[in-house]
Structure formats: structure tokens, C-alpha cells
Design a binder for this molecule. Structure first.
Ligand SMILES: [Zn+2]
Length: 436
């Protein structure tokens, strides 16, 4: 972690609340190792030394707050998985992350770990997101934070939820606690992206995997393939994290997609098989029944989206007979077009029982490329070629594999793989207009 660029640190120095600036494209880049997929490898946590300068200490402890969130199970969705730490005189008093949905929020977890509440007077609370100000399944964190007598409350980003935005800060500040917002802003933003995108675009975040491969006109993306990800331990780890963290996994029909190892602790609402190529040909009722039962055990209802026709009537009978829900795309749309439109107009919620925050398209090259061609993909997770330029941009050779002027936000260097996270131009532009 030698060359981190803490852009957000400067914006936080010496002011009560910053984050009002408009971001330039270059502002998006996050420190190596951070991203929506969390941290891969062991390069982050152990080797940091605590700097004595105040702002450097803020960066140090905010990093601990993000790592605390990343280490949590990630089952808080649709709530954000927030991380919080409490520090006094340079000593960590406690740390907490948002519990699985319905449970306590990060600030409360950290505060309730300290048995003598008087110790909190004069301490600093670091939290990745503005403390909530409204009643949900839990009481407002801002009221609890205000009651603790903290000297400072240091925050990564403002919560865009209208019930919170600025209200949480005001409540904490009214208690005499200094509020600083914007420390490791880009890193906290990247981590909370699945929570933020639905509030920004009024639809779920859609992400998919790709390989960066040398082409005749520069790099080109191969969407959706997962085989090479599995051959590197860091790639395998990263992919498993995303599958664990997303709300809805969309993939080709296969027995291996119902993967108990990857999903046993996951939070997702469901698994959707997207049949665009008649991959169900060999499925029997018995197999379908077993897979449906496995998926139910994981808490993930399994659905199949396929256009019925004379060629697949027997397979669809097997699927339905096995207890898997068959969803027929709206007439006139192919399955990829239906996914794009159902995400936009909310029809997807009828399939999954609720609108997911994050749809991950995994191991489905045709669907991923079709969605990218429709400008429906927001984030692309790219396994980068070693020694290549690492710049994907609009250099892709075939239109179906173009993601426009994608901006690389994060780069994760692990022992056996380099992983880039790219925001597509649409998401980058939308984020540039925010003041979070
Ligand atoms: Zn809260």
C-alpha cells in the first residue's frame, strides 16, 4: 500500500462537512485493493502504521471501518453493510458492522461493545456512511451517536436516502459533535455502490465479469466467461465474494450454479437461470427437483426465464414438474431484452419477490454481452492480462463487447491475478452529478 492517493482526505481537512464538490472523472479512482468486490489478498490490513498527523489518522481509521464492513457477512442487503470503529487517544475501542437484514446497524454494534458508555465521551466515531436518522427495523443511529458525547464523527459519504441525507449529520452536530464527511470518500462510495445505484438510477446495479484480452485494435472484452477466473486463486476468491454479496445471480442453467459452498452464507434473494441457448436439453424432473430443493435450502428461490416453443416443451415440463418457477419473457422481447426492460420497470420484482439492489450476471457470455450492448451494465469486473495496458475503454473490437468509455475505478493486485473494476460511462456521469 505504498502509493495510495487519498483524494478525499484533502476535501475533509478542516471543514465540518465537505462532499459538496463535483467529482471529475479522475476523482473516481480508489486506492489499490478497494472496490465493490472488497479486498482480495492480504495486502491491506496488517502493515499500516498509525500516522500522528490528524488527517492521516482519519484515513487510517476510516480504512479500518471499511475493512470491518468488508469482513462482515454482507447479509444486510437491502440495507448497506456499513462499518464503524470507535477510537480514543489513538486507541481502537471497538468496531462493528451492520448485522444481517433487520439486525443492528454498524454504529450501534460498535457503541454497544463498549460497556462503560462514559468512555465514549471525547472519542471519535468513524463510520463509512452517514448515521441514519429514521426508524426502520432499528432505531435511528444518529440519536444514539448524539447521546454518546463523541468529540468527532468522521464519515465516508452522505446517505442519499431523503430520510437521512444531511438530517443524520445535523442531529449529531446539534449534540456538539464535530462532523467530518468525505474521508476515503471514493473507497466508501465504491463499497456502498450496490446501495447507492438504486437511489441514483431507480433500478438495481447490474454488474458482470469479463476478461481483458489482446485484440487487433487493442484490448477487447470477453464478457461473462468464468473459467479463467477460477484458475487463479485471487480470481476465484473475488468471484466468490461477488456471488456471495449480490442480491440476485443470473446465470446459465446448470447444476453447478446451485453452489452451496459459494452461497451458504449469502444474502441474495434468488437465482435466475436465463436460458438463451436451450441448455436445458438433458434435464430430468428428478434433477430439477433436487436443484430446486438445494436452492430453497440456500434461501434462494430458483427461477428459469425461457421462451417456450416446440423445441423445449419437454424440458420446461421437467423444470416446472421439479418445482422451479418458469418465467416467460414479455411477448416480443428476447430474454436479454426482457431482463433489461424488467429491471427498468420493476417487473423483475415479481420474479424475485422484491427488487434487488444488485444483479450479478455470472458465467453467461451471451446475456452479459447483450446487456452491455444495450448499455444496461453498470460495473464490469475485469480479469486483466498481465503486462497488458490495462486500459479497456472503447477499444473493444466488436460492438457487442463494447462498454463505451468505461472508467477503471479500482485495481486489485493479487499474487496471481490483477482485477479491475470499471464503471461504465452512464454510471460515471450519474455519479459525477451527485454531492454525496
Ligand atoms: Zn443506522
Amino acid at each position: 500500500m505504498a502509493s495510495e492517493d487519498f483524494t478525499a482526505e484533502r476535501s475533509a481537512t478542516g471543514s465540518a462537512e465537505t462532499a459538496q464538490r463535483v467529482m471529475a472523472a479522475s476523482d473516481f479512482v480508489v486506492a489499490p485493493g478497494y472496490g465493490v468486490g472488497g479486498v482480495v489478498g492480504t495486502g491491506l490490513s496488517a502493515t499500516e502504521s498509525l500516522a500522528t498527523e490528524l488527517s492521516a489518522a482519519d484515513v487510517h481509521w476510516m480504512r479500518r471501518a471499511i475493512l470491518t464492513a468488508m469482513e462482515a457477512d454482507g447479509r444486510a442487503s437491502p440495507n448497506p453493510t456499513v462499518g464503524a470503529v470507535i477510537v480514543k487517544d489513538g486507541v481502537l475501542l471497538s468496531a462493528g458492522a451492520t448485522e444481517p437484514f433487520g439486525g443492528r446497524h454498524a454504529e450501534r454494534c460498535a457503541i454497544e461493545k463498549v460497556t462503560d458508555r462514559a468512555v465514549l465521551r471525547g472519542a471519535t466515531l468513524y463510520t463509512t456512511l452517514e448515521p441514519c436518522a429514521h426508524w426502520g427495523k432499528q432505531p435511528p443511529c444518529a440519536d444514539l451517536v448524539a447521546d454518546c458525547g463523541f468529540a468527532r464523527c468522521v464519515v465516508g459519504i452522505r446517505d442519499p436516502n431523503p430520510a437521512v441525507a444531511g438530517v443524520g449529520f445535523a442531529r449529531v452536530r446539534a449534540a456538539g459533535t464535530e462532523v467530518v464527511c468525505g474521508v476515503l470518500r471514493n473507497e466508501t462510495l465504491a463499497w456502498h455502490l450496490p446501495y447507492l445505484v438504486p437511489r441514483l438510477l431507480a433500478r438495481p446495479m447490474i454488474s458482470t465479469f469479463a476478461l481483458d484480452t489482446p485484440g487487433t485494435n487493442g484490448s477487447r472484452l470477453l464478457f461473462g466467461h468464468s473459467d479463467r477466473w477460477e484458475s487463479a486463486s485471487a480470481g476465484r476468491d473475488y468471484r466468490a465474494r461477488l456471488k456471495h454479496r449480490c442480491d440476485l445471480l443470473v446465470t446459465e442453467p446448470s447444476a453447478s450454479s446451485v453452489d452451496t459452498a459459494a452461497f451458504a452464507r449469502g444474502a441474495w434473494h434468488g437465482l435466475v437461470w436465463w436460458d438463451m441457448a436451450g441448455r436445458l436439453a438433458d434435464m430430468t424432473v428428478t434433477e430439477a427437483r433436487e436443484l430446486a430443493a438445494q436452492a430453497r435450502d440456500l434461501g434462494a428461490p430458483l427461477a428459469l426465464v425461457a421462451v417456450p416453443g416446440p423445441d423445449n416443451a419437454a424440458q420446461l415440463d421437467a423444470v416446472v414438474g421439479g418445482g422451479i418457477t418458469h418465467v416467460i419473457p414479455q411477448s416480443g422481447l428476447d430474454p436479454a431484452g426482457w431482463l433489461a426492460s424488467s429491471i427498468r420497470d420493476g417487473e423483475l420484482a415479481a420474479v424475485t419477490g422484491g427488487m434487488p439492489n444488485w444483479v450479478l450476471v455470472d458465467d453467461h457470455p451471451r446475456l452479459a454481452a447483450a446487456l452491455a450492448a444495450m448499455d444496461t451494465v453498470d460495473v464490469v469486473h475485469v480479469l486483466e492480462t498481465r503486462g497488458g495496458s490495462g486500459e479497456v475503454g472503447n477499444l473493444c473490437a466488436r460492438p457487442a463487447e463494447t462498454i463505451g468509455d468505461a472508467v477503471r475505478i479500482a485495481r486489485i493486485e493479487a499474487a496471481d491475478a490483477t482485477i479491475g473494476e470499471y464503471y461504465t460511462q452512464g454510471l460515471s456521469s450519474a455519479l459525477r452529478g451527485t454531492s454525496w
